[in-house]
Design a protein around this ligand. Structure first.
Ligand SMILES: [Zn+2]
Length: 199
């Protein structure tokens, strides 16, 4: 139907989450109508984010250098580590203003059905970090889903064996079960953080 360059744009936009074929087409025509500065600005922003953003060498959060902003911030408590599944889970926790420690981003959750094993996540790196650093407490803030709970239990067990002196806590209940952390409102999440309990 479309000339190949337009079809290509529609196809690429259609790969984005939540974008169906009709929306992809509408966006493609919007981009075509936009002036060059706006349209090429979008293309440049995508190119820049892909070339400049990588993972923090300490916590595996997103970073535009070797270390993320949280790992560089000397005012944050390095003895307190909050473990999350994905980089986007850091944002709602930061928004609560309840947490002044550092993070550790696993890169997913354990899910044998989907072929996600402990080796696929940054679990070994977390254990080394806890063993080598002066860590007082690890807060397991994986999602309140089946895979998130399984991941928290697995890490809790590994920490008990490798670093028994470190407190391991889990977010208090009250979060919507089955939902991802990123959809939790900050008041509920703040309460869950403040009321965290031993795992
Ligand atoms: Zn970091």
């Amino acid at each position: 139907v479309h000339p190949p360059p337009i079809q290509r744009l529609v196809t690429e936009l259609g790969k984005l989450p939540g974008i169906g074929a009709r929306t992809a087409q509408r966006l493609a025509f919007h981009i075509l109508r936009s002036d060059d500065a706006d349209a090429l600005g979008l293309a440049d922003a995508i190119r820049e984010v892909k070339s400049q953003i990588g993972l923090c060498e300490v916590c595996f959060n997103l970073a535009d250098g070797p270390r993320c902003r949280m790992c560089q911030d000397e005012r944050r408590d390095g003895a307190l580590i909050c473990v999350v599944e994905e980089p986007q889970d850091v944002i709602p926790i930061e928004r609560t203003h309840e947490f002044r420690g550092r993070y550790h981003v696993l890169g997913g959750a354990l899910s044998p059905i989907d072929g996600v094993d402990p080796d696929d996540l940054k679990i070994a790196e977390l254990l080394v970090r806890v063993e080598e650093g002066e860590v007082r407490e690890v807060v397991l803030a994986t999602n309140p889903t089946t895979t998130g709970e399984a991941t928290a239990l697995h890490i809790g067990e590994a920490l008990r064996q490798r670093a028994p002196e470190v407190a391991v806590t889990r977010l208090a209940s009250g979060l919507p079960v089955g939902a991802d952390l990123e959809y939790a409102d900050e008041v509920t999440l703040g309460k869950a953080l403040a009321g965290r309990r031993a795992l």
